[in-house]
Design a protein around this ligand. Structure first.
Ligand code: F6R
Length: 611
């Protein structure tokens, strides 16, 4: 939530900042602004998407300079208007500050400043920080020290960047529980909420830890902790380049990212399936040794990936697995111990609810493992181990390819635990390794045969409600499909476990109600196919329009479904990965048919960095 970028170097900073904000816009798009230092500090900011700021800069150009900060906002305190947009000014317009996060004690700090006669322009918590830094800067004359003095007074989560007209060629940043990374250039340096901010210029990055400050000039990077002690930040190289974060010829980032789902799985598997076994070389084996329980935590789509993972891990490793929403786990005093492995699933690696839950798990003695798609992110840094997913940058706000990569990583983890505790036979292991390796090609087949879904979405453009039914691993797929429809097409959509139908939800069925049903394979060893086909008959008898996602050649389902979306024959545990793709495509196409912005749905932001 909120994208932040800072720059010092020889380039015109306005263009660098706008480029960075363009790649960070998925983090928030309520308003945007930049502040640039030439001889004096100049600022432009506008409510609305980045295009409004670009238009403003066109009609009212900024005096460009070589130092600047930029911000794209997801509003917390104060409406998304021009005045509440960042940057915020202080010190008579000589200091500019941007903020991501929430300053929980801002009211008390604001009262203190008001008593001193400070005038506030905005309703934001962030402007308080700007005036506090200005006050300290007037006293000590050093921007880093001024910010250091202020952060110790702030409660809550924040990334702050600040520039001052009297300190040209300097950008100072600080972070607590909100993201910030450093980009290292030649004679120039960058700061960003994530590496997308500066990927056009450098792939060399430094990760900053919690409660640290960074000061960049064109030729130096200095990091200290909040007590002022020097810190050596951890270097890493970004494995993707700027083109990966561009839309290319696609109509939307979401369309591009769905097309990359096979690659996301292939890249997450790469190098990890060796001789019919799983090798997670980046993981310390001691982390998995002797565990007797797994708790998977995450939010939204990541939690649904976790639900799919639960079925597989329990089946292979024969240890209990719970899946919990991070925010529920964190605040309910769970019964866990040092043999509990808490696995967090997060694309961004910055989701505040998940981060807090990971910290809590560590504090109460659990082992913590992060499944994460973003290098240098906070959650893997706070965990005992990490399995990176390699889905590449996900820009569309709604998660698609990351879901596939998360399920893949959870499967790798499940097989690794089963190998470790010896509860999986060599045959089952080898079969699963083979089936996983075949998944990317099967996903390609699903995507190649998706034209019918586009047509269906067009005729359903006026649909107000969609229900989705699934069983076993199809159940989380139903939940994921419903979430995508809510957030992209703004319709009421709800996923149910098909077995639950007769316990209530069947009352929702009326003539014409559209119901997607994820049908288990007729080859499923649990014979769930017949039960789900019975469910289809029950809702069909009550007038539902049934769209079945079923295995190619499943003749049993044909007489009862209005439409069948076929998926290739696969291992039952691979089916959820194949079945979710048509639902991703359908949600995107339905939103497009309704003329909605599929990449930036209303009220949302990618990477929810406030609780
Ligand atoms: C839904 C979606 C969200 C995220 C959730 C967790 O399409 O994108 O539900 O899955 O906010 O985000 P991460 O994975 O970054 O922790």
């Amino acid at each position: 939530m909120c994208g932040i970028v800072g720059y010092v170097g020889p380039r015109g900073s306005a263009a660098v900042l706008l480029g960075g904000l363009g790649r960070l816009e998925y983090r928030g798009y309520d308003s945007a602004g930049i502040a640039v230092i030439s001889d004096t500090l100049d600022l432009r900011k506008r409510a609305g998407k980045l295009v409004a700021l670009r238009d403003e800069l066109e009609s009212n150009p900024i005096v460009d300079g070589h130092t600047g900060i930029g911000h794209t906002r997801w509003a917390t305190h104060g409406a998304p208007n021009d005045v509440n947009a960042h940057p915020h000014l202080a010190d008579g317009g000589k200091l500019a500050l941007i903020h991501n996060g929430i300053i929980e004690n801002f009211a008390e700090l604001k009262a203190e400043l008001l008593a001193e006669g400070v005038e506030f322009l905005s309703e934001t918590d962030s402007e308080v920080a700007a005036h506090l830094v200005a006050r300290e800067y007037r006293e000590c004359g050093n921007l880093t020290e001024a910010l250091r003095r202020v952060v110790s007074r702030l409660h809550g989560a924040f990334t702050l960047l600040v520039v001052h007209e009297d300190a040209p060629n300097v950008v100072v940043g600080a972070r607590r529980n909100s993201p910030l990374v450093i980009g290292l250039g030649e004679g120039e340096n960058f700061l960003g909420s994530d590496v997308a901010a500066f990927i056009e210029y450098t792939r060399n990055a430094l990760a900053i830890g919690q409660d640290q400050l960074v000061t960049i000039t064109p030729t130096s990077v200095d990091v200290i902790d909040f007590d002022g002690n020097p810190v050596t930040p951890e270097p890493f190289e970004v494995t993707w380049d700027a083109s990966a974060a561009e839309k290319g010829g696609w109509s939307s980032f979401m369309a591009k990212e769905i097309s990359e789902e096979p690659q996301a799985v292939a890249d997450t598997l790469r190098g990890r399936l060796v001789d019919g076994r799983v090798e997670l070389s980046d993981l310390n084996p001691a982390l998995l040794s002797g565990i007797d329980r797994v708790v998977i935590i995450g939010c939204g789509t990541a939690a649904y990936a976790g639900m799919v993972g639960k079925y597989a891990i329990e089946q292979w490793a024969r240890i209990p697995v719970d899946v919990e929403l991070s925010h529920e786990f964190r605040y309910r005093d769970p019964v866990v111990n040092d043999r509990t492995l808490v696995v967090s699933v997060s694309q961004s690696g910055e989701t505040m609810d998940t981060l807090m839950a990971v910290k809590y798990a560590g504090e109460v003695g659990c082992r913590t493992l992060s499944i994460c798609n973003t290098q240098g992110a906070t959650i893997p840094r706070e965990s005992d181990g990490v399995i990176y997913t390699h889905a590449g940058p996900e820009v569309a706000v709604a998660s698609t390819k990351a879901f596939l990569a998360q399920v893949t990583a959870l499967y790798l983890l499940g097989l690794a635990i089963a190998q470790e505790n010896g509860n999986i036979s060599d045959t089952v292991l080898a079969d699963m390794v083979r089936d996983l390796a075949a998944t990317p090609d099967q996903l390609k087949t699903v995507i190649e045969h998706s034209e019918r879904i586009e047509t269906m979405a067009k005729w359903m453009a006026d649909t107000r409600a969609v229900l989705l039914l699934g069983r076993h691993v199809g159940y989380p797929v139903a939940l994921e499909g419903a979430l995508k429809l809510k957030e992209l097409a703004y319709i009421h959509a709800e996923g149910f476990a098909a077995g639950e139908l007769k316990h209530g939800p069947i009352a929702l069925i009326e003539p014409g109600q559209i119901v997607f049903v994820i049908v288990p394979s007729p080859r499923d060893p649990n014979s769930l196919n017949a039960k789900v086909v019975s469910n289809i008959q029950e809702i069909r008898a009550r007038g539902a329009r049934v769209i079945a996602i079923a295995e190619q050649g499943d003749a049993g389902v044909l007489p009862y479904a209005d439409e069948v979306i076929p998926i290739p024959l696969a291992n039952p545990l691979i089916e959820p990965m194949l079945a979710v793709v048509p639902l991703h495509i359908f949600a995107m196409e339905l939103a497009s048919a309704k003329g909605l912005d599929v990449d930036q749905p209303r009220n949302l932001a990618k990477s929810v960095t406030v609780e």
